[in-house]
Design a protein around this ligand. Structure first.
Ligand code: AMP
Ligand code: MG
Length: 427
């Protein structure tokens, strides 16, 4: 695998970041390279349906039954033969019995007769039409039905949802609540899912302290591990939290080794810039398979990608907003590929009228953070969450979307149309 442009020579000082003179890589290109480099994890397990929410289906599921398995009523009402419906005026019918859901009527329904029927109850052979009860008048024990109904109405045919032998769900899909429902509806009680990838995370930085402790001057609390762990959990990945690692070659290397010994992928934050203390890229260059890109996106320009031991490696920048944006835009699709997801859809983009002025210099694709809302008269508006610094995590926490500003775009004036990408449950 050669994820980057060129591997760094082995004799490079690991803390002396290689300076590639390359142009910035486009985000789509970086994403495509990551996905192309990834082989999904092997192994599967069988789970009871309820425990399989969010997991990746390991094998195609074909239905062994028709859904529904019997012709049934879509309404509470009266079942009759469509040819007995009055063409004009009204007609009245003897009511010969009741068909309940789960308790079919076993008698005969003749000409000029009808049957009381409940939603989901079997529609008997001799009938093919259901008139909803609100349209039926009962007079002296007979059902009176006016003209204006259509033969065949309100009857659900066998296999209307899924036919026997049909593909109900394809391998590689994520088991959403609707898909768990589909599996149950075809009678599947246990399901084979792929093993969850194990993802080790650690934060790098001498200045970082865990939340809940005292800060000395110049120190900051480590927030990245919490936002990362949260996003990983939402992706149904197994998180191995290796804490905070100091900016030394020794500590960085031993953290890499510990991570690779347990995990399928490693995601780190910090230490991928060009400072003296940025050891992550150097460690990957010297001891792993190295790829380093400067991606034409903001926030989050430098991203390291490669392999270390048997694990894929994702080195994200340190700034808290950059971590979340690069994870969302680059690492998430790569980890989905690692998990074996094959039906990932491109993110939804919504055109919206921007209510605030946005500062933007041409040259990078920007993911500003915004609040998307529906206008009562139709269409959408979006506004900025304010200060967009890559250290201002509140810009993320108050947002419900990214405002996606194309590479060549300059400042945005209020009232202009922009594209917004809703967070879709991950952030
Ligand atoms: P770096 O990429 O390591 O140079 O870090 C860039 C900025 O992000 C610095 O201001 C760091 O203090 C800050 N930073 C790095 N890691 C974290 C973290 N885990 N939590 C909060 N801030 C961080
Ligand atoms: Mg740092």
């Amino acid at each position: 695998m050669t994820p980057g442009h060129d591997p760094s020579p082995a004799d490079v000082d690991p803390c002396d970041l290689p300076q590639h003179g390359h142009d910035l890589l486009r985000l789509e290109e970086a994403r495509a390279r990551m996905i192309a480099a990834i082989t999904p994890v092997g192994g599967e397990e069988t789970l009871e349906l309820r425990g399989a929410l969010g997991r990746v289906l390991a094998r195609d599921v074909h239905s062994s039954v028709d859904v529904p398995s019997h012709r049934n009523s879509a309404m509470d009402g009266y079942a009759l033969a469509g040819r007995d419906l009055p063409a004009a005026g009204s007609a009245s019918f003897d009511v010969v019995g009741t068909s309940w859901a789960g308790r079919p009527f076993t008698g005969e329904v003749g000409r000029g007769q009808c049957l009381r029927i409940m939603t989901g109850a079997t529609v008997p052979e001799a009938t093919d039409t259901v008139v909803m009860q609100e349209h039926v008048r009962l007079e002296a024990g007979r059902a009176v039905i006016e003209a204006g109904h259509r033969a065949g109405q309100n009857v659900r045919p066998v296999g209307e949802d899924i036919r026997r032998g049909e593909l109900a769900l394809a391998a590689g899909c994520v088991l959403t609540p609707a898909r768990l429902g589909i599996l149950a509806s075809v009678g599947v009680g246990e399901v084979a899912v792929r093993r969850r990838p194990r993802v080790a995370i650690f934060s790098t930085g001498d200045e970082l302290r865990p939340a809940g402790t005292e800060l000395a001057p110049g120190q900051v609390y480590d927030s990245n591990r919490y936002s990362l762990a949260g996003m990983l959990a939402r992706l149904e990945l197994e998180v191995i939290d290796l804490g905070v690692v100091a900016d030394t070659r020794e500590d960085t290397l031993s953290a890499f080794e510990m991570a690779a010994a347990q995990a399928d992928a490693i995601v780190t934050s910090g230490g991928v810039s060009v400072g003296e203390a940025d050891c992550v890229t150097g460690t990957l260059a010297r001891h792993g398979e190295f790829g380093f890109w400067k991606v034409a996106m903001k926030p989050g320009k430098p991203v390291a990608f490669g392999r270390f031991g048997g694990a894929y490696f994702f080195g994200l920048p340190g700034n808290p907003v950059s971590v979340m944006v690069t994870f969302y835009q680059l690492v998430q699709p790569a980890l989905r590929a690692l998990a074996g997801v094959t039906d990932a859809e491109p993110p939804l983009l919504v055109r919206a009228t921007c209510e605030t002025r946005l500062r933007k210099a041409p040259g990078r694709l920007e993911f500003q953070r915004g609040v998307l809302a529906r206008r009562p008269e139709g269409g959408y508006t979006v506004r900025s969450t304010g200060h967009q610094g890559s250290g201002v995590l509140r810009s993320m926490s108050e947002a419900n979307c990214f405002i996606v500003l194309p590479l060549e775009q300059g400042d945005v004036q209020p009232g202009s149309e922009v594209e917004a990408q809703p967070f879709a449950g991950l952030v």
